[in-house]
Design a protein around this ligand. Sequence first.
Ligand code: PHE
Length: 353
Amino acid sequence: MNEKKEQLKKELKEAISQITEMHSLNELKVEYLGKKGKITELSSNLKEMSLDAKKEFGKILNELKEEATSLVEEKRKEIEERLLNKKLESEKIDITLPSKKVRRGSKHPMTRMIEQFEDLFVSMGYTVYEGPEIESDENCFQKLNLPKGHPARDAQDTFYLENEYENFLLRTQTSTAQVRAMEENHEKGPIRIICPGKVYRRDEDATHSHQFMQVEGLVIDENVSMADLKGTLELFCKTILGEKTEVRFRPSFFPFTEPSVEVDVTCFKCGGKGCSLCKQTGWIEVLGAGMVHPNVLTMCGYDPKKYQGFAFGTGIDRFAMFEYGIPDIRTIYGNDIRFLKQFDRKEEQNEVK
Ligand code: PHE
């Protein structure tokens, strides 16, 4: 047996020394140590042996197995090391080559505008509240005093969901957040929020996009009056558009506010003299607002005898168009890098060199 062992070992050693590839090593391992391998098969001789012979034979066989395994493993390591070195060599990086320039993006004009609004209102004690864009008919219309079939719905046609979601639509106004905030306030106490977000309507031309952004404001408290609404909106317009801006309130109609107003400001381009932007009137309409309708308060669980509130809403896109002189609203949503790049601010132009 010892002779046989030495012979097999020699044979294996020789075969291994010829091997350079991992797959041939695996094949060789099977040939010797596999289930039907040359070494494994030797154990079939055990059956006919006496106990003593078995012991002797078994010992030698185990030694052979161990020695063969370590020969194979040694070779495996050798191949692995060679492969690794080859890989390292091929992936060598030349650190002396110049690097690619990385350009950091800049804030979108709408993000800038929203941040201006939020900064102002947060400084006045408001919190920012965001509602979902997919809304129920109840929240978008019914609880805002626009029952099914109300003619004022026509001005806000939108995108409707189908089948089991047919009661849902893409909200046409951030006023839906009024309803949500009032309903979610279980104590039915004071509220002071602004709600920026995307809204949708069936519109499409240079100044209207099927998707645009509004910001809604809502204040609910005891003893809130039209004077609070006027003061707040005057401050808002002057802060965002400049101290010299004059603000005018015109009676208007919204189903969810009573009384309702529309707010005009002196034209930012001509200062009120009259130009093409303000269509020679000297004024530009920027906000809709009013005192929250008692029906809305009641539907949202508030007692209109105890609480009053005011709400206002405006298009963020319009402000951005004025602020940055953007003539076509569609460019705001076009994602054209050439357009967006123009809003890089010096302090944000971090070109990493
Ligand atoms: N939601 C109204 C609109 O989209 C604006 C508005 C908001 C008016 C709040 C009054 C109060 O036209």
